[in-house]
Design a binder for this molecule. Sequence first.
Ligand code: SF4
Length: 252
Amino acid sequence: QLYSLDSGEPRGALAADPPLEPTDAFLAELQRDSDALEKATPQEILKWAVDRFAPHFTMATAFGPEGMTIIHMLAEIAPETPIFNLETGYQFAETLELRETVKKRYGIEVQYKYPKTTVQEYEAANGGPVYKTDPNRCCFDRKLSVLHEAAKGWHAWASAIRRDQSPDRAKAPIVGWDRKFQLVKISPLANWTKKEVWSLITSENIPYNPLHDQGFPSVGCQPCTRAVLAGEDERAGRWSGFQKTECGLHSS
Ligand code: SF4
């Protein structure tokens, strides 16, 4: 009950089916909720999110360590929560395999959301792989536009970001309005460190992408991910050679 945050007042807008409106009052309410959840555990935050937003609560995952941690927690708290993955057509075989592992271990079937074209069609229409020349456009076409479609109809989603991952993510609230996708974004692991994530993965034997044991701390699409060298930032292997560290999902 500590984090139920129930003021006793009706939350009519939150129970409605139409998209949520980011009115000033609603944004202020989210800020209060976020502040109140600042010291809550990730499990408590997820429980709060499910109580508050289900069945309009979802999660997008790329099956990273943080995402796997949240999937593990949701499997205990609310395994019916719909989870999806942006299947760009360029993901590693190991990542796709992890989806199967999640199904076996948790009985959770992560849904694929696909771009409008196959990789072959996309490359043929653009004279070759777009990720080589314009990764921002490729990410827009094969991730962001798909996510925009996938986000429609939901009121809230869980995000796997941690504040210590980058200066951009350092300001992430626990609960906030996702202006880009027009829904509430909940980051239960915002206050966790990489060490805490991996210690739970180890202690609970949570499945993870085997590429993490091969020098890939952050795994995205295969053509845009390389192993990192000792001392490099954990996202240095993403879009190496380009001035790009994010696919744009979490930037405002
Ligand atoms: Fe394209 Fe690379 Fe972005 Fe994947 S990560 S969508 S291959 S640019």
